[in-house]
Design a protein around this ligand. Structure first.
Ligand SMILES: Cc1cc2nc3c(=O)[nH]c(=O)nc-3n(C[C@H](O)[C@H](O)[C@H](O)COP(=O)(O)OP(=O)(O)OC[C@H]3O[C@@H](n4cnc5c(N)ncnc54)[C@H](O)[C@@H]3O)c2cc1C
Length: 501
């Protein structure tokens, strides 16, 4: 048996010793509403960050004053939890860590984001969909939790002095079409979904035709449609809502790039005499823009929420750099895969009742607003995977691969006109296409929340809660997500989701 993993008990027992922030909360002035802003963040920055930080403490939570202005350039030198990556996953985890605090200001949580404009972050380049139609029960449970979260988002993420959050939720079912070959699988998946409490309806081609007269049902043997908890919403709004709320609860935002970790490594022996190195991350080096030297944050726990870039963050902890066939030789198998989204106009296209349709070929589309606009795309085959150096869009891919499939399924789309397009990266797990959630077995204070491909946005509320449980309580509580642990790469156990888009 292997000794180690002394942190299994989670953060709670370590709190007292973890950092200076672990001292009891200071008494707080009640926050004020309707008062003018009392200071200019730029001037305060000039005067000194320490002064500004004191003011920040007076105003939190919920003031219109934005602590991000102050913490932007300067990470603290200690933190209980450092989250690498300030996308929707990173900020959700930060929010839930604060929500689960037994007492205010018990933990110091820092989110480090290298690109504050989010120019390449998957979160803001996603199409905002949420669905219940998965084949892995844990995926269904996560989306069910998230749907409830989004429905009551203001109870979770509302900040008293700010306007209510409008996530711009468009309720609309996902319509999965299956060919003769795929019909049995679709039916099996729907069985799983219904057992998990999802409201999903099966439709024959005749029922489809009646419900959606604009649809060509050639080659369709069966279809399923979600009757609730499916649709799409605005990704930016969710990201900002998590971020605003987390900052209002005292989370630090640091705008810099994590470049390296300080590791403490200890060699342990198994009963068989094998030697195994266990490591802990003791410090996180953050390179701030316009700064020559990196800044170090001493830390208790680190979360890798770096999306499509998370494999290189894992490498900083030695993961994937060990000898082949050793445990540290197994890399985090998450890679960026470029995915195109095209927006087109078609005045004669499907109307308000248009679902988010996933064709038998994998091509998908949905309505975008109500003016005859749509968006959609198709995941390329392995041979067609585009170069990932940049986020340029391949317009021929639409012309040659996507449009013919769409026009076959919706004949009115033959006359569509492409208006715009963009590309983003899926954080794609090449091992089994499922997320990686949990701690690394050898780097005992490094946690992962990555590898979500095309469903990280909708799962972010549930994933944030799960990671906070793991870190604070040492185990999953609301939803057991151990199926997605890093250990499966050692054991060769794949968590295969059959409903991937
Ligand atoms: C085209 C497209 C469509 C999609 N559609 C949907 C959908 O309909 N529904 C859905 O649920 N999901 C969808 N997704 C997936 C979803 O967008 C992602 O799974 C989710 O946004 C992942 O969030 P994240 O926070 O992990 O990653 P990101 O948003 O990419 O955030 C990671 C952040 O980490 C930062 N970072 C990286 N390295 C470092 C470092 N060393 N130091 C500091 N910061 C670092 C990056 O700058 C980045 O901002 C789609 C994705 C794409 C590309």
């Amino acid at each position: 048996m292997i000794r180690g993993r002394r942190l299994l008990g989670g953060l709670r027992p370590l709190l007292a010793a973890a950092s200076p922030s672990a001292s009891p909360a200071e008494p707080r002035r009640p926050f004020r509403t309707g008062e003018p802003r009392l200071y200019d963040p730029v001037k305060d920055l000039e005067k000194g960050v320490i002064d500004a930080y004191k003011k920040m403490k007076d105003f939190l939570p919920g003031s219109s004053w934005h602590p991000g202005h102050i913490t932007e350039g300067l990470p603290p030198d200690h933190a209980d939890v450092v989250i690498v990556g300030g996308g929707v996953i990173g900020w959700s985890i930060a929010f839930w860590l604060k929500m689960k605090e037994p007492q205010r200001n018990a933990y110091r949580v820092v989110v480090v984001e290298k690109d504050i404009k989010y120019s390449k972050a998957s979160t803001v380049l996603s199409v905002g969909g949420i669905r219940q139609q998965y084949s892995i029960p844990e995926n269904i449970k996560m989306s069910q939790f998230s749907a409830n979260f989004l429905r009551t988002i203001n109870q979770y993420l509302g900040v008293v002095t700010q306007p209510p959050i409008d996530i711009q939720f468009n309720p609309s079912g996902y319509l999965f079409l299956a060919s003769e070959d795929g019909a049995a699988l679709l039916e099996e998946n729907v069985g799983i979904q219904r057992r998990e409490g999802a409201e999903i309806s099966l439709l024959s081609p005749a029922q489809l035709k009646k419900k959606y007269p604009w649809l060509n049902t050639d080659g369709v043997a069966l279809a399923s449609i979600g009757l609730e908890n499916e649709g799409w919403f605005d990704p930016w709004t969710l990201l900002n809502a998590f971020r605003n709320k987390a900052i209002s609860l005292g989370v630090y935002q640091s705008c810099g790039e994590v470049k390296s970790f300080d590791l403490y490594t200890e060699e342990l022996r198994t009963h068989d005499g094998d030697r195994i190195n266990f490591s802990r991350i003791k410090g996180v080096h953050v390179q701030m823009p316009d700064s020559i030297e990196s800044t170090k944050i001493e830390c208790g726990f680190v979360v890798n929420a770096a999306g499509a870039w998370s494999s290189s963050v894992a490498e900083m902890a030695g993961i994937g750099t060990g000898p082949p066939h050793s445990m540290l030789g197994i890399r985090l198998p998450v890679e960026p895969k470029k995915r195109y989204v095209y927006v087109w106009h078609c005045p004669d296209g499907p109307g308000l009742e248009c679902p988010l349709l996933i064709d038998t070929t994998g091509a998908y589309f949905r309505r975008e607003g109500v003016g005859g606009n749509y968006l959609g795309g198709l995941s390329p085959t392995e041979e067609e995977e585009p170069d990932i150096q940049d986020l340029e869009v391949d317009h021929e891919f639409f012309q040659d691969k996507v449009w013919p499939k769409l026009a076959h399924r919706v004949p009115n789309f033959q006359s569509l006109k492409v208006k715009s397009s963009w590309a983003g990266y899926y954080d794609y797990n090449i091992f089994d296409q499922s997320p990686v959630i949990g701690v690394h077995p050898l780097v005992e204070n490094l946690y992962f929340a990555t590898g979500f491909s095309g469903h990280g946005l909708q799962q972010s509320p549930a994933v944030g809660q799960a990671l906070a449980e793991l870190i604070i309580d040492g185990k999953f509580k609301a939803i057991d997500l151990s199926i997605f642990s890093f250990n499966r790469f050692f054991k060769g156990n794949k968590a295969v989701e059959r409903n991937i888009i």
